[in-house]
Design a binder for this molecule. Structure first.
Ligand code: FAD
Length: 476
């Protein structure tokens, strides 16, 4: 790994570099723009001018939903963002009132909840976030630049920049022209699930962060359909959540008023087919009729696209006792979740808010001491704070997956008891709408999971679970 001397601060105004122009990189850039004179976001992809899927983000062809907490976080980072998204054709829905949820095969009792999610394609969300970021003073997004690794001081105690090389347009290969070093005071790795940060750190003599993995082996098949007013009885979407005994599910999201994204997925060896007849047959085995109905009656707009997601993976940078100064990791590169829970964009935006708060605190403190700002000590504080943000979605996703006896991962001693309670909870939520509302508020990260176990909720579960019928079944 190259080493170059630290750039002279007087000549070079403070500069932060972000690796990756996905949701995590762009939202991190938003946070950095308040604290650094210049922010450069580098991506190896060609970034489309219109909202379109791209090679470096294979999940951009798959169904995405923006959870309620994620919508709030993006609005906090970019005031007016949600109105802008809606004006561009995205939809909003009360997730309990306008979406049918099937939990363990029970239809969650529909009722207005105030838990509001947004339907928009992943490229659409990125397109608007990127436009906002590019409009910030001092921020530049550079495409077709591949980051090869960090550059450090000779002592290897802090980053001084990144080594990069150009990529040829669309070819996915090195462009041939030479490598260069881009000097930086801070480097944020937001390069997604394939992040090389653990290997980079190891090469520099730092410990590799420990990794927790929960293997659920998810296979997604997404296809888009024309949405007409009669579909789903006018509702906005559907979510059929897999459960032990039926490790398959599906979902429908209105990406626009006239367009559905429909996904079928399987876990732990279950794989939805990617042909029309096979998809319909698979959908007919789900405990609610909604997905099969749309597949049967709506006009397809494209071909089905398949994607495999082997495991949720969390990298414990917060547990390291030594950090490379000025080097942070965020988004999927820090923690990637089983996508069926829809949490990744929300967690990325929340981490950006954490970063913004820490940088503001640094600035105030340094100003108080009459010092110029710097990134010293930031990694430790950031990784600890980001770990707290990630704890909740991780608990929900990893905990949900570990309900399946076949899922590989470490289980806690109380998991069995908790699982039995939550199984009764899901059944009871088909009767008591308050239980449904809390369940969705937790799933959308508006409330902490402990809320599900409050004395009032335990009482409601005891009362309602006796009245819950059996799981909804589709006709075979
Ligand atoms: C099938 C699927 C469905 C999902 N559904 C949802 C959902 O419904 N809701 C939700 O919130 N989240 C969902 N997610 C997760 C969500 O897409 C991501 O968590 C979110 O977009 C944040 O990703 P990211 O920015 O960290 O990484 P990415 O989106 O992977 O972006 C990484 C970027 O880094 C660039 N890059 C990589 N290496 C380099 C390098 N060396 N140099 C330069 N650039 C580099 C890539 O080109 C890419 O642009 C889903 C994920 C999957 C896989």
């Amino acid at each position: 790994m190259d080493q170059i001397p630290r750039p002279a601060r007087a000549a070079d105004r403070s500069h932060a570099v972000v690796i990756g122009a996905g949701l995590a990189g762009l939202t991190a850039a938003r946070a950095l723009a308040d604290a650094y004179d210049r922010v450069t976001v580098l991506d190896r992809d060609t970034l489309p001018a219109d909202p379109a899927p791209r090679r470096g983000v294979p999940q951009s062809r798959q169904l995405h939903v923006l959870l309620a907490r994620g919508a709030q976080a993006l609005e906090e980072l970019f005031p007016g963002f949600l109105e802008e998204l809606l004006a561009a054709g995205a939809t909003r829905a009360d997730t309990q009132g306008e979406v049918h949820w099937y939990l363990d095969g029970h239809l969650l009792r529909p009722a207005p909840s105030g838990v509001i999610s947004y339907g928009a394609s992943r490229p659409r969300v990125e397109h608007h976030v990127r436009a906002r970021v590019e409009a910030l003073p001092g921020v530049v997004v550079r495409e077709r630049v591949e980051v090869l690794g960090p550059v450090t001081t000779p002592e290897r105690d802090r980053v001084t920049g990144v080594r990069v090389r150009p990529r040829a347009d669309g070819a996915g290969e090195a462009g041939g022209a030479g490598e260069e070093t881009i000097p930086a005071d801070l480097v944020v790795d937001a390069s997604g699930r394939g992040s090389r940060a653990p290997a980079w750190l190891e090469e520099l003599g730092y410990p590799r962060p420990r990794q927790t993995r929960v293997r659920a082996d998810v296979v997604y098949v997404t296809r888009h359909f024309r949405r007409e007013p009669h579909h789903l009885g006018g509702r906005s979407g559907v979510a059929l959540v897999p459960f032990p005994g039926l490790p398959r599910g599906g979902a429908i999201v209105s990406e626009r008023e006239d367009r559905f994204a429909v996904v079928l997925f399987g876990l732990l060896g279950e794989e939805p087919p990617a042909d029309e007849a096979g998809m319909l047959a698979y959908a007919e085995t789900l405990p609610g009729p909604d997905v099969a109905e749309v597949l049967r009656t709506a006009e397809p707009l494209n071909e089905p696209v398949r994607m495999r997601y082997p495991a949720s993976a969390r990298h414990h940078y917060e547990k390291l006792d030594r950090h490379l100064g000025g080097f942070l990791v965020t988004g999927d590169a820090l923690c990637g979740f089983n996508p069926t829970y829809g949490q990744g964009m929300t967690a990325a935006a929340q981490q950006a808010i954490v970063l913004r708060t820490l940088l503001a605190r640094n600035r105030d403190r340094d100003r108080g001491r009459g010092r110029s700002r710097g990134a010293g000590g930031l990694p430790r504080r950031f990784f600890r704070a980001a770990a707290r943000v990630v704890d909740t979605p991780w608990l929900l996703a990893a905990g949900g997956d570990l309900r399946f006896p076949e899922a590989e991962g470490r289980r806690g001693p109380a998991d069995g008891l908790l699982d039995r309670y939550l199984t009764r909870y899901r059944a009871a939520a088909s009767v008591d709408p308050v239980l449904g509302r809390t369940f969705l508020a937790v799933a959308h990260m508006l409330q902490p999971p402990a809320r599900l176990m409050s004395p009032g909720h335990v009482l409601r579960v005891l009362r309602a679970s006796g009245r819950a019928g059996g799981p909804v079944r589709t006709e075979s």
